[in-house]
Design a protein around this ligand. Structure first.
Ligand code: ADP
Ligand code: SF4
Length: 698
């Protein structure tokens, strides 16, 4: 395989101040849930990207002092030298692979609510945070302004000494420097408020001082949302106006759009944003600077990347999500292994899994976040000690496909992946057909290519296996990955009972699979989609049915429509979109019974509500398809007599979960299939404080 020469441009070195990037691939700062609190995870996670060819890897926000504290959202902290000692591991990992390490020094200003430090937040003016409306900051006195600048300089020096090559003066998503710059936050009447020059003063002074302190040793980067796409920042003319004012102090412009409250427009989900979507704004920065520019936009296409560089708009291809989904994306392009690229699907589960004390994970890349604590490498697989066995994987959904691929890569003699359906994919046969989720098909596409390439895997579709079939199959190891189904009787979290009248064998009661896979017709004109789950399925079906001409009401017993999509930054735009296309939305409706023509229940205050409808789609909860596994498991001795040495189950068949978890489960089993007890996950390395003695002093 050779690289297409038109992509050569992506592998040119780029100079930023005193440092040189070895190519044009740049991992922009992004959250992980690691910070300085999980130094091993931080180091290996970023180091893996360095190994995969990213010329620079950056931390997430690195908070410069105790008056900027977001706990329990884990950001990197640069509060003392111990934090930097932890972060120096990341620098070592980056340098080992020839990459630069960057640190996104940050002060959150009004948005940092000080839950751990108990310090008041600070802002240019005393205006409640639009991110945490309960938080009202202290309006900064001149002494505060001076001290924050000093904190920034101190943090920059510590960062340099720890080995960082790139130091940010980050204002990006409406944090303190941008709060000074933005008239939405800054109502000051002194020399730090008023004109653009005055509002820029805090950022410029900080940049000057940081540059004077470390500018000979480190590249100075600024991350700036050049267009807030909402009130919480600046519009493009002032964004580029600031670039003009600060250009002489900056070695690298890292530009994006949105704000903390409109982060959904920066980390845009594929449901609403196409690859390269930020260019229309960030592409304009070139008009005012000749300095290197990095931009983002969920870029995974090498053609598109090369085109952007050739156009002169940016000098570097920035990525957060594409680098999570495939840490080896640059290497794969470099070596012309285009078909191997695991393209981000734009689901934002990585965000759901990185915020609020979580640990990052990814739908496409089951190894994301597991590099250190489980020692997983996305591209390397140990030969299994028991590889001279045949494995039967029953069910080719996310769990079964991922498991089979990893088993194949671990060198098993034969892996049979068998599915009752005529195509592989399980839930991924229909989820990408929901409106807006087309890009999610990449999950299946990548796996289909892998399954095709691995010669020790045979995929057999259209074959439903019974327990007896499995006993007679001839495999020594059996993995059941038969997935889950939606309850057909309205069983749900709120009543823990089926709903009187709800029975999906009736023509006017439907489940998601009946609509998406079985082609069951929705009778009449009016449809209620009843959601007790809160993620994307009910909203997707409501949209699909509206597109087909039905009058649709999306009713939920939850407090808001599709609340889980708030965790993936889709919620507000999704609800607006449903509104715009005419889906009725009713939150707080707890259904208690239904029948032909109606659904009855109560509103959030217990008042009775009756909805007239011709059909009801039940999206209440899923149940594992576990009968096959349980039947086999009840006679393990008998199985041994048939030559089956081990039986496992994975994915939704164990418990219905998001795709990322089903896939992870399959991956995990295959990675540990030669452990003493593969059914039980091996312990992973936990990063925490362990006292050397129980004494804590008097
Ligand atoms: P997961 O997310 O855990 O991978 P899915 O529900 O997406 O689960 O996929 C489960 C797959 O298992 C489906 O494609 C289904 O057709 C298949 N399946 C279920 N039961 C059997 C069976 N007895 N024999 C073969 N395939 C089965
Ligand atoms: Fe992309 Fe989804 Fe993975 Fe995030 S979780 S990197 S959005 S595939």
């Amino acid at each position: 395989m050779t690289r297409d020469p038109k992509h050569d441009i992506l592998f040119e070195p780029v100079r930023i101040g005193p440092k040189t990037l070895r190519n044009r691939f740049y991992q922009v700062p992004h959250c992980t849930g690691f910070g300085a609190e999980k130094p091993g995870s931080q180091a290996r996670f970023r180091g893996m990207k360095a190994e995969g060819g990213w010329a620079a890897v950056n931390t997430e926000e690195a908070l410069i002092s105790t008056d900027t504290d977001y706990w329990p959202v884990v950001s990197t902290r640069v509060w003392d030298e111990d934090d930097l000692r932890n972060l120096s591991l990341m620098c070592d990992e980056a340098h080992k692979h020839g990459s630069l390490a960057g640190i996104e020094l940050t002060h959150g200003g009004v948005h940092a609510d000080g839950r751990e430090s108990r310090r008041p937040s600070l802002g240019p003016s005393q205006l409640a945070s639009d991110y945490h409306p309960f938080v009202v900051p202290k309006a900064m006195e001149l002494s505060d302004i001076r001290r924050v600048r000093e904190d920034w300089v101190r943090a920059a020096k510590l960062s340099r000494d720890a080995g960082f090559d790139i130091v940010y003066v980050y204002g990006g998503h409406s944090y303190l420097p941008l709060q000074f710059l933005s008239p939405f936050y800054n109502k000051r009447t002194d020399e730090y408020g008023g004109s653009l020059e005055n509002r820029a003063r805090f950022w410029l002074e900080t940049l000057e001082e940081v540059r004077a302190a470390v500018g000979d040793d480190c590249a100075i980067a600024v991350r700036l949302c050049v267009e807030a796409l909402g009130p919480a920042g600046v519009e493009l003319d002032e964004g580029t106006g600031f670039v003009v004012l600060a250009d002489h102090l900056v070695d690298l412009w890292d530009v994006n759009v949105g704000s903390i409250t409109d982060w959904s427009k920066d980390s845009g989900a594929s449901r609403f944003f196409q690859e390269g979507y930020q260019l229309q704004w960030t592409g304009r920065v070139r008009e005012v600077t000749a300095k290197p520019i990095v931009g983002v936009g969920r870029l995974t296409s090498p053609d598109r990347m090369a085109e952007i560089i050739r156009s002169g708009a940016w000098d570097l291809i920035g990525a957060a999500r594409p680098s999570i989904s495939d840490p080896f994306l640059p290497k794969k392009i470099e070596e012309g292994r285009y078909g191997e690229i695991r393209e981000c699907i734009g689901c934002n589960v990585c965000i759901m899994k990185a915020e609020w004390g979580n640990h990052i994970g990814c739908t496409q890349n089951a190894t994301a976040g597991e590099e250190y604590r489980r020692g997983w490498h996305p591209e390397q697989f140990e030969p299994a000690a028991n590889a001279d066995n045949d494995v039967l994987v029953v069910g080719a959904g996310p769990a079964g496909m991922e498991c089979a691929i990893v088993l194949g890569k671990r060198g098993f003699r034969r892996v049979h992946l068998v599915d009752a359906a005529s195509e592989i994919g399980g839930v991924m046969r229909w989820i990408p057909r929901l409106p807006g989720l087309g890009e999610w098909a990449r999950f299946l596409n990548w796996r289909a290519v892998q399954l095709e390439k691995l010669k020790n895997i045979e995929v057999i579709t259209g074959t439903e296996l019974s327990a007896q079939d499995i006993r007679e199959y001839g495999a020594e190891i059996v993995v059941v990955a038969t997935g889950a189904r939606w309850a057909a009787d309205g069983l749900n979290a709120y009543t823990h009972a089926s709903m009187p009248g709800a029975d999906a064998s009736l023509p006017y009661v439907l489940t998601p699979e009946q609509i998406m896979l079985e082609g069951k017709a929705v009778p009449g004109k009016r449809v209620v989609v009843y959601d007790a789950e809160g993620y994307f399925v009910a909203a997707g079906l409501a949209e699909k049915l509206v597109e087909e001409g039905y009058d649709v009401e999306l009713a939920t017993c939850l407090e808001r429509i599709a609340p889980v999509t708030d965790e993936t930054l889709e919620g507000p735009m999704l609800r607006q979109h449903l509104h715009d296309i005419g889906v009725g939305q009713r939150a707080g409706f707890l259904a208690s019974e239904m029948g032909e023509g109606f659904m009855r229940g109560t509103d959030e205050f217990g008042e009775p509500v009756e909805l007239e409808t011709d059909a009801v789609v039940l999206v209440t909860q899923r149940l594992s398809n576990e009968a096959l596994y349980l039947e086999l498991a009840q006679d393990l001795d008998g199985l041994r007599g048939e030559g089956i040495e081990a039986l496992y189950r994975i994915g939704d068949c164990v418990a219905p979960r998001i795709i990322a978890e089903a896939s992870f489960d399959g991956h995990r089993l295959a990675r540990e299939i030669d452990a003493d007890d593969p059914a039980t996950p091996l312990p992973y390395t936990r990063e925490r404080i362990v006292l050397e003695s129980a004494a804590i002093g008097s």
